[in-house]
Design a protein around this ligand. Structure first.
Ligand code: DC
Length: 222
């Protein structure tokens, strides 16, 4: 039987780095659902879709197909057959992903795909609504968060390393806006599932959080 781990939390809490490492240690498939929302967002941006127009959004979604594959164990996301794993990491796509993820039609498109993957194997899936909506029966649920200041600082360093010009204030403002949208939207808002374990990573190292998740998995599997 597959054992599923759901990790939810706001942007920049370190979810993907931590989830990737924990999945590797546990031998689970890592599924980054944010990448799927980002791929749809890139498709919508390329089409110049007005996401506030139901008809326009619906038309565009018909022509957007998202799929996942793994290369050497690393998740790759495809938009209509094109590998867009690198192109989805811009601030423009981040903002469009957050805005379009509030649309029920966008969420419905990904729900089935995500549940299907988790039904076939043990996964560690990260996102915003995994423990609450996608995998309500996940055997382990984690809500991973950190203070806004810590998350902005981390994102700033990450972008700097990539050589992207950015301002810390702008990033912090973007994070606050995205948090607000993710937590206050009607469709599957970001919130901690009642049975999720809360981990605040503000004062923890990546290693410490990974070790904690691995420990919790071992305990819950017994
Ligand atoms: O985790 P991320 O930053 O790559 O996610 C991009 C956006 O997608 C984020 O603003 C919220 C949205 N998202 C979502 O609504 N539900 C998920 N399961 C994953 C991401």
């Amino acid at each position: 039987m597959s054992f599923n781990i759901a990790i939810d939390g706001p942007a920049g809490a370190g979810k993907s780095t931590i989830a990737k490492r924990a999945a590797k240690e546990l031998g689970f498939l890592y599924v980054d659902t944010g990448a799927m929302y980002r791929a749809i967002a890139l498709g919508l941006l390329r089409k110049g879709t007005d996401i506030e127009s139901e008809a326009d959004l619906s038309e565009s979604l018909k022509e957007i197909e998202v799929s996942l594959d793994y290369e050497d164990g690393v998740q790759q996301v495809y938009l209509n057959g094109e590998n867009v794993s690198d192109q989805i990491r811009t601030e423009e796509v981040s903002n469009m992903a957050s805005a379009s993820a509030s649309k029920p039609e966008v969420r419905a498109k990904l729900t089935e795909l995500q549940r299907g993957i988790a039904s076939r194997q043990s996964v560690l899936m990260d996102g915003r609504d995994i423990g609450t909506v996608i995998l309500p029966n996940a055997q382990l649920k984690i809500y991973l968060t950190a203070s806004v200041e810590t998350r902005a600082q981390r994102r700033y360093q990450e972008l700097n390393l990539k050589g992207e010009n950015c301002s810390l204030e702008e990033i912090e403002k973007d994070i606050r806006e995205r948090d607000f949208r993710d937590m206050n939207r009607e469709a599957a808002p970001l919130r901690q599932a009642e049975d999720a374990v809360l981990i605040d990573s503000s004062h923890m190292t990546i290693d410490e959080v990974v070790a904690m998740i691995v420990r919790l998995t071992v305990v819950n599997r017994q």
